[in-house]
Design a protein around this ligand. Structure first.
Ligand code: GLC
Length: 563
């Protein structure tokens, strides 16, 4: 296999599927594997009538009590019956590969479900051989307080008391999600066996859930309060991010603690190096990490030394920018500068944990224009783009009533925060009842504005967001410079409220010109060499072709030019 084939993931456009919400064929109100199979042609039928994505990332479908909707795994090697069977999975993989769609799976390695047989054994007695597979500690002091002050990432202490064996166990998320002890070599062996199980079936890689959490301080020291380091936390400009995001990050809300002893432990990098070695036993695999830190240097460290850890890591700071040209530009530049030379970026604006971008950025009357600008940015930046299901039809965040909420985080924090269900609602296939997702009551309600935000009607409309995505993906695919070319911001002669950048490969040059403002903007094309040609605008009616002298951009218009 040639090196360039091994690097397929650099050129690929990825599409994230939340299986529970994609397409229900079993009639239980929950999406399933057969449902994904039936929609593969929508994703890539080999023509530009489809989205032409190169790879899908499937959120967890393993056996799970679903307290954290699949992120609490009770068996790494079995499919939960509500999604289908292993045979269904094998068919899904074969059908995807037939269409040249690669498949990556979600790997949740920080914790299992408390229903996993390993944990059931571990908690059965103090001398069970699996006791040390999880993190058990004695209580502190005469009042038997938790071993230290660590908070979990959802709410409350990171320690849960086990009555039967009289010790606390660590859980960085729900108490039903006990943390694995990654210092234990047997745990590594068992997990890597599960990793090989899927690689042997032919999958193409993994997304690694909370890849920065695996190992913790072995002395279990208390995390300091956030107040000791307020000055240090800011990376980049304060006003490049919404005030609320800044406050949450500076104060590490709701925990108010700086998790220096429970995150980003050096040993985690060794785990990832071992993981990478396993991956490298198989040709052409890839991995992408979910690594949370506001510090780009910390995220960049997860690429390892000379790329011996993860192939890609999301840089979530881009999704946290305010709607400001400078914010987007500075964030991309910061990431480009922080990355090791051989490292390859990955970007996304939406996923199953954050409010959908179209809603986040959705000023009244501007949401759809902004969504197009984001699509253009995502699909032209240097780095692998990840489209979140439904983003291509402009699905908006759903507002839920208290009784509709399923996400434990929403249940805890409602009404201050409704949790993550709003971005996980069923895919909107058509404008019929239940959005063509299911024949029965869907597990979550259907999102807003179904009439226009559905595949069937947008498919018919050449000017729809869906068709714009198809065009953008096609443009990226047909121009290697947009896939793997170099990146450079363009600032000379560019209005401050516009974000322009150039992609270049083998003297083929592209200008991406994004007018982030509500005003008409212009740019003197004489500043560019050659004869610029407009390839695609976010405004459907705009004719492609040569542009002379001035590039005129309407409010919130984006354009890709070749020159
Ligand atoms: C990751 C997942 C999120 C999950 C958490 C715990 O952040 O993306 O959905 O709740 O990990 O596994």
């Amino acid at each position: 296999m040639t090196r360039s084939n091994n690097d397929w993931w650099k050129k690929a456009v990825f599409y994230q599927i939340y299986p529970r919400s994609y397409y229900d064929t079993m009639g239980n109100g929950i999406g399933d594997l057969q449902g994904i199979i039936e929609k593969l042609d929508y994703l890539n039928d080999g023509t530009s009538n489809s989205l032409m994505v190169d790879a899908i990332w499937l959120c967890p479908f393993y056996v799970s009590p679903d307290l954290d909707f699949g992120y609490d795994i009770a068996d790494y090697c079995k499919i939960d019956s509500c999604y289908g069977s292993l045979e269904d999975f094998d068919r899904l993989l074969a059908e995807a590969h037939k269409r040249k769609i690669k498949v990556i799976l979600d790997l949740v390695l920080n914790h299992t479900s408390d229903q996993h047989k390993w944990f059931i054994e571990s908690r059965s007695s103090r001398d069970n051989p699996k006791r040390d597979w999880y993190i058990w500690r004695d209580g502190r002091g005469s009042r038997n307080r938790p071993p230290n002050n660590w908070k979990n990432n959802f709410f409350g202490s990171a320690w849960a008391w086990d009555e039967k064996t009289g010790q606390y166990y660590l859980h960085s998320f729900l108490k039903e999600q006990p943390d694995l002890n990654w210092f234990n070599p047997e745990v590594r062996k068992a997990i890597f066996k599960a990793v090989r199980f899927w690689l042997d079936r032919g999958i193409d890689g993994f997304r690694l859930d909370v890849a920065h959490c695996y190992c913790q301080d072995e002395l279990y020291r208390d995390n300091p309060s956030v107040f000791h380091r307020l000055k240090r936390v800011q990376q980049g400009r304060f006003w490049d991010r919404p005030f609320v995001v800044n406050v949450f990050q500076m104060l590490e809300l709701p925990e108010l603690q700086d998790k220096i002893y429970s995150r980003h432990h050096p040993e985690t990098h060794n785990v990832l190096r071992e993981f990478r070695k396993v991956l490298d036993e198989y040709p052409a695999k890839t991995s992408v990490g979910e690594v949370n830190s506001e510090d780009p240097a910390i995220v960049a460290a997860y690429y390892g030394n000379d790329n011996d850890e993860l192939h890609m890591n999301f840089y979530f700071a881009l999704a946290q920018c305010r709607w400001k040209a400078g914010a987007f530009r500075r964030t991309v530049e910061r990431w480009e500068k922080s990355l090791p030379k051989t490292a390859w970026p990955a970007y996304t604006f939406s996923n199953h944990d954050i409010m959908r971008a179209i809603t986040r950025y959705g000023r009244k009357g501007e949401a759809d224009k902004r969504a197009r600008l984001l699509a253009m940015m995502l699909l032209t930046l240097r780095g692998t783009p990840f489209i979140y299901y439904g983003e291509e039809i402009g699905m908006k965040e759903a507002k839920l009533k208290r009784e509709e909420i399923k996400d434990p985080v929403g249940l805890k924090w409602f009404p201050f925060y409704q949790g993550r269900d709003g971005c996980r609602t069923p895919m909107q296939w058509n404008s019929e009842k239940n959005a063509g997702f299911t024949q029965v009551k869907p597990w979550l309600p259907i999102g807003p504005e179904l009439d226009q935000r559905n595949v069937a009607s947008q498919d018919q409309d050449p000017a729809s967001l869906l068709n714009f995505y198809r065009q953008m993906v096609n443009l990226r695919r047909s121009n290697p410079a947009l896939q793997v070319g170099s990146y450079a911001s363009v600032v000379e002669g560019v209005p401050a409220d516009c974000y322009f950048f150039q992609r270049e490969l083998d003297s083929k040059r592209f200008l991406v010109a994004l007018n982030i403002s509500r005003k008409k903007r212009q740019f003197n094309l004489n500043l560019l060499p050659g004869e610029p040609r407009l390839l695609l605008s976010t405004i459907a009616e705009r004719q492609a072709g040569a542009v002379k002298e001035e590039l005129l951009l309407d409010p919130l218009e984006g354009a890709v030019l070749q020159y």
